[in-house]
Design a protein around this ligand. Structure first.
Ligand SMILES: *Cc1c(COP(=O)(O)O)cnc(C)c1O
Length: 438
C-alpha cells in the first residue's frame, strides 16, 4: 500500500495520525499571486491608534499582539523529556475583542476594505495613519456599505465586531450548530446573524451569493481571501521579534517547530508562509486537525484536485468548532506544498485532555480548538513518522536545543460557564496521550 493509502485508511478509522509532507524542504515555488506581507504589517501598524480608539485604550497594542510564554511545565505534565528541547506558547487565546487568532486576519481584511473606500472618497491619504477611519464622515460612508462573512464562529466574531465598530452593516452567516454565545455576542454588538442548516460550507456559499448580488457589499472569503491571509501572516514577524527579545536562537543548530491548529487553512497557512520567509529551513511548521475534520491533510494528499473529508466517510463533527471544516482552502493548500512539514490529527477526547493539562500546568484557559497544537511536540518525538522526519532532516542531535512553539489559537471570550463544562469533560475523560502509534 502507498504511504497516502495507509494514511487515508487511518483517517477513515479516525485514528490519530501524523502525515509527513513529502514536499517538505524542497525549494519553494514563487507564490502566485504575489503575497505582500509587509503591506499588511504596515496597515496593522497604522491601525493601532484607531483600534485603541474603537475598542479600548487599555488594550492598546494588544489587539493584534499576543504574549509568547514559557510552557516547559506543560511539556513536563505531558511527560515530555527535557531532551526534546524547550516548550513555548504563542498565546493568541489571550487576544482581546476577537478572542482568537482571527484578530490579525479579520481586522486586517476589514481595515483594508475600509481604507480603500475612504481613500476613494478622499477621507484618508494612502499610507497615512488610519485614525481618520473613525471620523463622522467615514462612519457615514461605511454605514452605506455592508461586510458579509460566513463562519463557524471565531471569524464571524472578528469580522463582525470590527465591522460594526467602524460603522459598517455587518452580516455573519453561521451554521446552526455554531455556539450560541458567539451568536449572542455578535447580536449584542449590532451584528446581523443569519443561521443556516448544514455545515459551514453552506453558510459560506449563501453569504457569498447574497453579497455578490450587491455592489455596496463586501464578502470576506475565508477560503480565498488574500487580505485575510497576509493579515494572519503578520504574526510571523511578531513571533520572530519575541524570540529575539527573549534571546531564543533559531538557526542551523536550533530548529524551531511550530504547531498550529488548522481549519480551512488561512490562519495556520498564513503564519507558516510568513515563518518560512523569515526562518527558511530552520523552521518546521506542523498543523493540527480533529480526527473528524482533517481537511488540510486530505487536500495535501490529494494534490491539485479538491478533496473533502466527507469523501472519506468522515462526518466533520467535532467540539473544536474553529476547526470544523470539511474542505481546505484551495488558495492555501498549494502554498503549503513545500512549506509545511506535516499535519496530524487527534480525537476530541485528546483535545479536552490537553485543554485540562494547560489549565493545570499553566493556568491557561483555551478553547478545544486551541488545545490541538499541544500534542505537536509529542507527535514529533513519539510517533514513528515524527522520528523519521527528525532523522531525515538531520535534526536528531539538535533536538535538545530545539524550540517548540505551540500556538493556542483561541479562548479568551469563552464564557466561564462554558469553560467549566470543557474542564468537566477533561476531568471525566481518561485519555491516552501516547502518540507512539500515530
Ligand atoms: C479559525 C481558527 C483556527 C484555524 O484557522 P483557519 O484559518 O480556519 O485554518 C484555529 N483555531 C481557532 C480557535 C480558530 O478560531
Amino acid at each position: 500500500m502507498s504511504y497516502s493509502d495507509t494514511i487515508l485508511g487511518r483517517l477513515r478509522e479516525k485514528r490519530p495520525s501524523l502525515w509527513i509532507n513529502p514536499g517538505a524542504g524542497q525549494a519553494p515555488e514563487a507564490a502566485k499571486p504575489a503575497i505582500d506581507i509587509a503591506a499588511a504589517e504596515d496597515r496593522l501598524d497604522r491601525a493601532q491608534p484607531l483600534l485603541a480608539k474603537l475598542f479600548s485604550r487599555s488594550a492598546a497594542g494588544r489587539l493584534t499582539h499576543s504574549p509568547l510564554v514559557a510552557a516547559d511545565a506543560l511539556g513536563a505534565a505531558l511527560g515530555a523529556s527535557n531532551q526534546m528541547g524547550r516548550w513555548l506558547i504563542k498565546a493568541d487565546h489571550e487576544l482581546p475583542i476577537a478572542g482568537s487568532v482571527k484578530a490579525r486576519g479579520g481586522f486586517h481584511e476589514v481595515l483594508a476594505y475600509a481604507e480603500r473606500l475612504a481613500v476613494e472618497q478622499g477621507l484618508v491619504a494612502p499610507g497615512a495613519p488610519l485614525t481618520a477611519l473613525a471620523s463622522p464622515e467615514a462612519r457615514e460612508l461605511f454605514s452605506r456599505h455592508s461586510v458579509v462573512v460566513g463562519s463557524t464562529g471565531n471569524l464571524g466574531l472578528s469580522i463582525g465586531l470590527i465591522s460594526a465598530a467602524l460603522g459598517f452593516r455587518a452580516i455573519v452567516h453561521m451554521s446552526s450548530d455554531a455556539k450560541e454565545w458567539k451568536k449572542q455576542r455578535l447580536r449584542d454588538h449590532g451584528v446581523v446573524v443569519i443561521e443556516h442548516a448544514g455545515d459551514y460550507a453552506n453558510a459560506v456559499a449563501q453569504g457569498r451569493r447574497e453579497a455578490e448580488a450587491d455592489p455596496s457589499s463586501h464578502f470576506v472569503d475565508d477560503e480565498y481571501s488574500l487580505d485575510l491571509f497576509v493579515g494572519y501572516a503578520a504574526a510571523a514577524r511578531e513571533l520572530a521579534a519575541q524570540l529575539a527579545e527573549q534571546n531564543i536562537a533559531v538557526d542551523a543548530q536550533h530548529p524551531l517547530f511550530v504547531y498550529i491548529p488548522c481549519g480551512v487553512g488561512g490562519a495556520p497557512g498564513g503564519i507558516a508562509f510568513g515563518l518560512k520567509q523569515l526562518f527558511g529551513d530552520h523552521v518546521h511548521c506542523v498543523f493540527a486537525e480533529p480526527a473528524a475534520s482533517p481537511c488540510m491533510m486530505v487536500q495535501m494528499i490529494a494534490g491539485d484536485e479538491p478533496m473533502s473529508v466527507y469523501s472519506l466517510g468522515l462526518d466533520n463533527r467535532t467540539e473544536a468548532d474553529g476547526l470544523a471544516v470539511g474542505q481546505a482552502s484551495l488558495l492555501v493548500a498549494p502554498l503549503m506544498r513545500t512549506r509545511l512539514a506535516g499535519v496530524y490529527t487527534l480525537t476530541d477526547d485528546q483535545m479536552f485532555s490537553l485543554l485540562g493539562s494547560a489549565e493545570q500546568a499553566l493556568g491557561l484557559a483555551v478553547e478545544p480548538s486551541a488545545a490541538a497544537g499541544m500534542a505537536g511536540p509529542l507527535m514529533m518525538a513519539q510517533s514513528a513518522a515524527g522520528r523519521a522526519y527528525v532523522a531525515a532532516h538531520g535534526l536528531g542531535p539538535l533536538m535538545a536545543g530545539a524550540v517548540h512553539v505551540v500556538w493556542t489559537t483561541g479562548g479568551s471570550l469563552v464564557p466561564a460557564a462554558e469553560y467549566e463544562k470543557f474542564l468537566d469533560r477533561a476531568r471525566k475523560t481518561p485519555t491516552n496521550l501516547d502518540f507512539g502509534d500515530a
